[in-house]
Design a binder for this molecule. Structure first.
Ligand code: CP
Length: 348
């Protein structure tokens, strides 16, 4: 007897789309996700989030620690009626006893989305190659696209009077981190002026700038990469990030002495940007290193709105990526299976 697939979702999905980088999405598609985020945020405030992930699950692989990404995905799945599985490398066989291709295919047979935070982009890309459900990049060595959906949404919530996203000048101050790259790609795609301001040794590599310049051809945005901290003047948004990350501990002293004090975001720097400028940081922040506690707690800061919007983004992403492939059974189908199973159980 030929058995039907045991997968919770269809295995053949021409519409399957992963979320590895915002570069795989058009400006219109990203705008649609932002609009969906807005609707989910309002629905959550009203405690009326539609159960569009009911009975579904997201497998979450974490090769690195996380507070926001883990909690936001887990909470988003729960609020939408589904569930999330936390899988650390020490709990699963990935990369040790089992290949990426096998892990990707096995998780696809049981879960509806795979989210992975990985040391190396090749791992999340490899999972996507073999998975038959959407794979989301929850941060890798050079990208952090789900953070950037939260950041774009936060910018939209705090737009200066009379401005649209494409009118913004955004200054990312500090190291060329995965947040710096992802913001560079998204901001230039939306037609903004994106400035990476940092010491020359730690500036955005040419490959990233090339991607941004391609975006600018379509969007009329602008890119500036400079070590001149005076470039913060007049910027609408100032963004900070860590001066070193996991795997860079050995470079800590050199990095700190290169970045500090010039590239530390202070109240003086925010004042130079302008009275109405806003301060963003993906968190976790090392206060008194890349930014002062005064700035984090001050009138320019929107860092906790930004953190909350990680949840807003994950709700929208889980639904956006799965809504076409998740079957919606009719009442008749539900009744058929319920009766059949209950009838069988009454006999055993
Ligand atoms: N911003 C961010 O990704 O936070 P976590 O490392 O806590 O997930």
């Amino acid at each position: 007897m030929k058995m039907p697939s045991s997968s919770a979702t269809e295995l053949t999905k021409p519409e399957l789309k992963h979320f590895l980088t915002t570069q795989d999405y058009t400006r219109q598609e990203l705008t649609d996700i932002l609009e969906l985020m807005s609707m989910f945020k309002e629905a959550r405030k009203a405690n009326a989030v539609p159960q569009l992930f009911a009975g579904k699950s997201v497998a979450m692989i974490f090769e690195q620690p996380s507070t926001r990404t883990r909690v936001s995905f887990e909470t988003a799945a729960t609020i939408l009626g589904g569930g999330a599985l936390f899988l650390s490398p020490k709990d699963i066989h990935l990369g040790a006893k089992e290949s990426l291709s096998d892990t990707g295919r096995v998780l696809s047979r049981m879960c509806d989305v795979i989210m992975a935070r990985v040391d190396d982009h090749k791992t999340v890309a490899g999972l996507a190659e073999y998975s038959t459900v959407p794979v989301i990049n929850g941060l890798c060595d050079w990208l952090h696209p789900t953070q950037i959906m939260a950041d774009l949404f936060t910018m939209q919530e705090h737009l200066p009077a009379g401005k649209k996203l494409e009118d913004l000048t955004v200054a990312f101050v500090g190291d060329a981190t995965n947040v710096c790259s992802s913001l560079m790609f998204a901001c230039t795609k939306f037609g903004m002026h994106y400035k990476h301001i940092g010491p020359s040794k730690y500036q955005a590599p040419e490959m990233w700038q090339e991607i941004a310049r391609e975006n600018i051809k379509l969007s009329n945005g602008k890119l500036t990469v400079t070590d001149n901290i005076e470039e913060v003047e007049g910027c609408d948004i100032i963004i900070a990030d860590s001066f070193y990350w996991f795997g860079q501990e050995a470079e800590k002293e050199e990095r700190l002495s290169t970045f500090m004090p010039t590239y530390v975001v202070t109240e003086e720097m925010m004042a130079k940007a302008g009275e109405n400028s806003i301060f963003m940081h993906c968190l976790p922040a090392n206060d008194q290193r890349e930014c002062t506690r005064e700035v984090m707690e001050g009138p320019h800061s929107v860092i906790f709105d930004e953190a909350e919007n990680r949840l807003t983004a994950q709700m929208a992403l889980l639904v956006y990526l799965t809504h076409k492939s998740i079957k919606k059974p009719t009442e008749e189908t539900l009744a058929y299976h319920k009766d059949r199973i209950e009838s069988f159980l009454s006999r055993v």
